[in-house]
Design a binder for this molecule. Structure first.
Ligand SMILES: Nc1nc2c(ncn2[C@@H]2O[C@H](COP(=O)(O)OP(=O)(O)O)[C@@H](O)[C@H]2O)c(=O)[nH]1
Ligand SMILES: [Mg+2]
Length: 704
């Protein structure tokens, strides 16, 4: 392959819902770009894009797949993004490195949730988008309904540049209202005739051309003036308007496609060369590479996929990983088409490629020439919305499993693995049930470990609602030296913004705390606690205070109700007793712990549970089912509004009720909904739930 300059490069992400035809389009582009001379199919598991074993088994794209195509003296770098929401990580990293997108819409379905989700991300990342209405050769293809749904979803942004003459099984022609020609296809290999627009279509084509010119004029003030004066634009002016509108994300040009029959693909590629922006990266700057994807591939080992974000990179060059200082040598450079790697000697700013066998490089890291330390801002990935606990079926594999999970999480930043000391579980946080099943497949097959998933425990918290006090005497006489310590303390709930008065009524008697010192501790699990030393007259020596604090802390880490962390409690130690010989640290640890525990139980103790804000995007006709399901999950509906043909439901839902929610939502809506969840706050559980949790908890009595 020859070396391309930045202006001859186009970086394009393929978007759209599952089964809209992205992988099939990728195959046709590779064919048009002469990378392959025979097209494979998704059904025969022979596509370039779905080339991993797990993708072939599931018959769908799971990973983003980069591929190049050389066309009209230009080099395209495409990324075939997976459509399912579970694999959104690959889409977001593609957004980071691409300069434009092609969104496919299945003409048999119109806009789907997947289209909508990708559309939202495109808006968020200000990605210029062209829309390909695909599968126009299918019997049930419906052009008008699809265009209507596009306007419903994206307002006036979609602008039709082409329309099909005969959608459905006979589809072979479309009219292009930019060039004002009809394109007719003779075979399934993209061979096209350019014809004059037939008389019967002339009026419609002219009307659409006029609408297009007006949209193009609206993109730019100068053009608008010309348009008002002359009532028309020259073809060059129209192109300029389209360029501006496309680049600013105000115009989504709409194309006709049959990816399968290679109809319209060439025209789309021509358009991308004419209108899509060339990369803006500076070829004269210092060398800097951004790694957007890593994978372990057969025969190659670790492969790092990157974009040159500044300068250029040549074979044999040394770079440094800005994040961890690792020195790396780029021994080989490749242009990528799925599994196929084509050797190149150099890549310039804006180009993409891959290299192999780097030592310490993960996705989302920057590799620079030595001495240059500017890092690319890391990608922000969405919050996890599926949690599961995992363990090896054979306990002996636990350590191996930990390593496998670490490697897989390094490949996919939307997988987060944590060992929770609190829950005593290894928890996987990811994007959905499909996502975690693929992970399981990889662990079974690539690492030969059998695993099972369990319901993840809920990180409950415990707190108190009233004031209570308690005295505990620890006394032990066994043979030699004895143990003696007595602690009297009082506890009070910490309420945000309310200071303590230090005055309490206990058994009808006013008790004023003589505060000698106050300490405040932020708790690593949220909330805080405060410790007040109020001992008068030397009842307990100051040297025993750390031991008492230690005892209380132990009980806060394993709350008296269910063993969960406690929070938001103020402790006043105000009396006690010592023994001249037997008082020692351990005695006061035990006395402090038990005094705290007993007071806690009398202080109106409550279990708190994590509440999440759940935002669900639902097609209108499924709203009733989704809403009553949320109510069954103790959800509180906060709001509802409609947006671009979908309903958005916002609800506060306890985490305990959200296990496998994505799966339920998917079956309630035939996969047409999507949702996000974000931690909001801790709240008291209802009384019946508290009773259940108390019964389920059998305390291990470790005291004394
Ligand atoms: N009739 C027809 N089928 C298509 C076309 N493009 C894709 N398909 C089929 O639609 C299904 C999904 O295609 P695929 O490329 O995997 O979609 P992706 O999930 O968006 O990557 C497959 O069965 C394809 O053969 C097309 O242009 N016409
Ligand atoms: Mg695909």
């Amino acid at each position: 392959m020859k070396n391309y300059t930045s202006d001859k490069i186009r970086n394009v992400v393929l978007l759209g819902g599952t089964r809209s035809g992205k992988t099939t389009l990728a195959e046709t582009i590779l064919f048009e770009g002469k990378v392959i001379d025979r097209r494979g199919s998704v059904e025969a598991k022979t596509t370039v894009s779905d080339n991993t074993e797990v993708e072939q088994i599931y018959q769908r794209s799971i990973y983003s797949t980069p591929f190049y195509a050389e066309f009209m003296d230009h080099k395209f770098n495409f990324i075939d993004a997976p459509g399912a929401d579970d694999y959104i990580g690959g889409v977001i990293s593609a957004f980071k490195v691409c300069d434009a997108g092609v969104m496919l819409v299945n003409a048999q379905q119109g806009v789907e949730v997947g289209t909508e989700i990708h559309g939202r991300y495109a808006e968020q990342y200000k990605m210029p988008i062209a829309i390909g209405v695909n599968q126009l050769d299918a019997e049930k293809a419906n052009w008008d309904a699809t265009v209507d749904s596009l306007h419903q979803a994206f307002g006036k942004k979609p602008v039709v540049l082409q329309y099909p003459v005969n959608p459905g099984l006979a589809f072979d022609s479309f009219i292009d209202v930019t060039t004002m020609k009809m394109y007719k296809f003779k075979d399934e290999n993209g061979t096209r005739e350019e014809l004059a627009i037939p008389a019967g279509e002339q009026a419609k084509a002219e009307e659409m051309h006029a609408a297009l010119v007006e949209m193009a004029a609206e993109a730019d003030e100068e053009l608008m003036e010309k348009f008002f004066d002359a009532g028309d634009l020259t073809p060059e002016e129209m192109h300029k308007g389209l360029n501006i509108g496309f680049a600013s994300g105000e115009i989504y040009p709409v194309f006709c496609l049959s990816a399968k029959k290679d109809i319209g693909v060439k025209r789309l590629m021509e358009f991308l060369i004419e209108v899509a922006p060339a990369p803006k990266e500076d070829p004269k700057g210092p060398t800097s590479l951004f790694v957007y994807k890593t994978a372990v591939e057969p025969h190659l080992g670790d492969v790092s996929y990157f974009k040159v974000v500044s300068g250029k990179i040549a074979e044999g060059q040394d770079v440094v990983n800005v994040d961890n200082g690792s020195k790396e040598r780029i021994t080989a450079l490749f242009a990528v088409a799925g599994k196929k790697k084509e050797k190149v000697t150099e890549l310039v700013a804006g180009d993409m490629g891959c290299t192999v066998k780097l030592k310490a490089v993960k996705s989302d890291q920057t590799l620079n020439q030595p001495g240059y330390d500017k890092a690319v801002e890391p990608i922000v990935f969405p919050q996890a919305k599926y949690r599961a606990a995992v363990k090896a079926v054979d306990e002996k594999d636990e350590e191996k499993l930990g390593e496998a999970l670490n490697r897989l999480a390094a490949e996919d930043p939307t997988i987060r693995v944590e060992y929770s000391k609190e829950l005593k579980q290894t928890i996987i946080n990811c994007q959905g049930e499909q996502h975690i099943n693929v992970l399981k497949w990889r662990i079974n097959n690539d690492y030969k470990i059998n695993i099972e998933f369990l319901a993840p425990k809920i990180p409950y918290r415990e707190t108190i609602t009233k004031v209570a006090n308690s005295t505990y005497r620890h006394k032990k006489q066994s043979g030699g030296a004895g143990q003696f310590g007595e602690v009297t303390l009082l506890i009070e709930p910490i309420v945000e913004g309310v200071e303590t008065t230090g005055k309490f009524k206990i058994d009808g008697k006013e008790q004023v705390m003589n505060i000698k010192s106050k300490e405040e501790f932020e708790l690593p699990w949220g909330g805080k606690w405060e410790f007040y030393n109020c001992v008068v007259g030397g009842a307990i020596d100051a040297s025993f205070m750390p031991a008492i604090k230690k005892g209380i802390t132990q009980k806060m880490e394993e709350g008296p109700l269910t063993g969960s962390y406690a929070r938001d409690i103020r402790v006043f130690v105000y009396d006690g007793k010592m023994h001249p010989v037997d008082s020692k640290e351990i005695a006061f640890i035990i006395a402090g712990r038990n005094a705290f525990k007993e007071a806690f139980k009398m202080a109106g103790p409550k279990i708190l549970e994590p509440i999440y804000m759940v935002e669900i995007m639902v097609p209108g006709d499924c709203m009733g089912d989704v809403m009553s399901d949320i109510q069954n999950r103790r959800g509180l509906i906060e709001g509802m509004n409609s947006e671009k043909g979908f309903q958005i439901l916002r609800a506060r839902v306890p985490l305990a009720e959200l296990y496998r929610y994505s799966t339920t939502l998917s079956s309630l809506t035939s996969g047409r909904a999507s949702f996000t969840m974000d931690f909001l706050e801790y709240q008291q559980v209802p009384a019946d739930v508290q009773d259940k949790l108390l019964k389920a908890y059998v305390e291990e009595d470790k005291d004394e």
